[in-house]
Ligand binder design. Structure first.
Ligand SMILES: Nc1ncnc2c1ncn2[C@@H]1O[C@H](COP(=O)(O)OP(=O)(O)OP(=O)(O)O)[C@@H](O)[C@H]1O
Ligand SMILES: [Mg+2]
Length: 505
């Protein structure tokens, strides 16, 4: 058992009193108090849109509060910018990452460090320093890789390494483990433990109740912009926490697996290969009508690549995909995948999923647009109907359906992205990390929606690095490792232990 190393008398390092943020009539953060002491780890929990990122951004100078005060080590401060906050030792690892895509991993990690101080003048010097730092932290991404080529989870690792490499007094991490595997999350928490032992205050925003309950000294729950609970982990239960998060609306039901039905094969993938590392080597799989097939693999296993290639995101893919015994489909562009009947939910919603300036209404109905257009003047109304039905189901926290998607919180953007793909009623749905960043309640609703779609006859493929998700949602599971299918799990063999064992062996 890990020792809690918080001293009860430790002075608060960072304190916010009465901080408030409004967007028009929309209250993102009601007058709220928050504090973290030296050597203390605080977890911030709450539904999508509860105000967690807003608080984090206010504490780190990325956003100016409408009212309230902030003190650092007892001194009142005005944090005018993230640079301002960094100077006072407060660092943020944001939920939505912001790196420079033209640079390499090493350059991004060492960015904004004083040149000369580490002898960082040559490419090799920069790469060696970044490699050294990553080795010490136990997190690894190839230092010479260009950022533009990384998947979202590798990008997140880079961001974490970047912040941990700075000499900060308070570290605020906004959903740092959303894109990490269980092992990587464990390693990250170990790294954060070491930081805490050195007197660093750590704030972690997360939807993984189990992980943060193990890690944190205190759990702060937010609902509708207010802190509604601040408690010791030992005095809480998961259901108690969820009740505080969702208020009076009632707890979500537990997962219920529907009967696997053996319909005809809808999607048949054969000899599916992509060069490189991670690549894919002769992957073969089938999805039957009315079945949810889970594809599980850790970061870098090739599982993500399988999803991307089925979504038409790679030109260098070889092999055949047959849908409904039609002639083999060519999937070398996103448009080709759509024409073949595949609807793809990308893991990276910012890069190729959503247009952030577009209203919720239009975004949600994006792929049904062609059908809706035929109804002419009714189009706006039909769009709204699609958006409204899913908004209720997925607890979308929004001001109006005309609001731009970019104004929504991260998890709520994910809900809109999913709506657009589900509503299109496709022949095949390939959902890549469908619930990343989504809160516990909505996650269950999304899994139910995926099942309902499969019950209605769509072949559903859920590609995920989240082992809990793959076990919850799948009728059958395929495990990918080193670019190959290494196991197939059915019935009672679908367990987290089995999936993890095959993925890591
Ligand atoms: N620029 C903006 N304009 C209007 N509303 C905004 C804007 N930015 C944030 N909001 C609203 O503020 C509220 C709180 O958002 P915030 O990002 O803090 O939520 P969160 O708790 O971090 O959620 P998630 O778990 O989904 O990340 C949301 O309802 C969001 O729509
Ligand atoms: Mg957020």
């Amino acid at each position: 058992m890990r020792q809690r190393n918080t001293c009860p008398e430790a002075p608060d390092l960072l304190v916010a009193s009465g901080v408030t943020k409004r967007y028009g009539a929309n209250v993102a953060l009601a007058p709220t108090d928050f504090a973290v002491a030296a050597g203390e780890a605080v977890a911030v929990l709450g539904e999508n849109g509860a105000g967690k990122s807003t608080l984090a951004r206010i504490l780190t100078g990325a956003l100016r509060p409408d009212a309230g005060t902030i003190t650092v080590a007892g001194h009142g401060v005005t944090l005018g910018s993230p640079r301002d906050a960094l100077r006072r030792g407060i660092a943020l690892i944001p939920q939505e990452l912001a790196q420079v895509p033209q640079l390499t991993v090493a350059e991004n990690i060492m960015l904004n460090r004083l040149p000369g101080r580490y002898g960082l003048t040559s490419t090799q010097g920069i790469e060696a320093a970044a490699a050294d730092l990553m080795r010490r932290l136990g997190l690894w991404v190839e230092p010479s890789a260009p950022m533009a080529r990384l998947g979202v989870s590798d990008q997140q690792v880079v961001e974490i390494v970047k912040a941990l490499g700075r000499d900060s007094r308070v570290l605020i991490l906004d959903e740092p483990t959303a894109a990490l595997t269980e092992d990587e999350a464990t390693r990250l928490y170990r790294v954060l433990d070491a930081q805490r032992a050195q007197g660093i205050g750590v704030v972690v925003i997360s939807h993984h109740l189990e992980q943060v309950t193990r890690f944190a000294d205190r759990l702060d729950v937010f609902r509708d912009g207010s802190r509604v609970l601040s408690a010791l982990p030992s005095s809480t239960t998961p259901s108690g926490l969820i009740a505080h998060m969702i208020g009076s609306r009632g707890a979500p039901a537990g997962p219920a697996r529907s009967r696997p039905t053996a319909g005809p094969v809808v999607l048949d993938v054969a000899d599916w290969s992509v060069p490189g590392r991670p690549g894919l080597v002769d992957v073969a799989l089938q999805v039957r009508q009315g079945e949810v097939l889970g594809v599980y693999g850790i970061r870098g296993s090739g599982a993500g690549l399988l999803a991307e290639t089925l979504g038409g995101r790679r030109r260098d893919v070889r092999g055949t995909v047959t849908i409904d015994h039609l002639p083999p489909a060519v999937l070398t562009s996103p448009g080709a995948a759509i024409r073949a009947g595949i609807s793809y939910v990308p893991a990276d919603r910012k890069r190729d999923g959503l247009v952030l300036g577009q209203p919720i209404r239009t975004s949600a109905a994006m792929l049904v647009l062609r059908r809706i257009t035929r109804w002419g003047v009714l189009r706006a109304e039909a769009e709204s109907a699609v958006a409204r039905s899913y908004a209720g189901r997925f607890r979308l926290r929004h001001a109006s359906l005309g609001q731009p998607v970019g104004q929504l919180s991260g998890g709520n953007q994910q809900k809109v992205l999913l709506t657009s793909r589900l509503a299109a009623d496709p022949r095949v749905l390939v959902a890549h990390e469908p619930t990343r960043g989504v809160d516990v309640g909505a996650r269950h609703e999304i899994h139910e929606a995926l099942r309902a779609l499969s019950d209605a006859g769509t072949a559903v493929l859920v590609v995920t690095s989240d082992v809990e998700e793959v076990v919850d949602v799948s009728d059958r599971v395929v495990v990918i490792r080193d670019g190959r299918v290494v196991a197939e799990l059915v019935g009672d063999a679908i367990t987290q232990d089995n999936a993890v064992h095959h993925a890591a062996a």
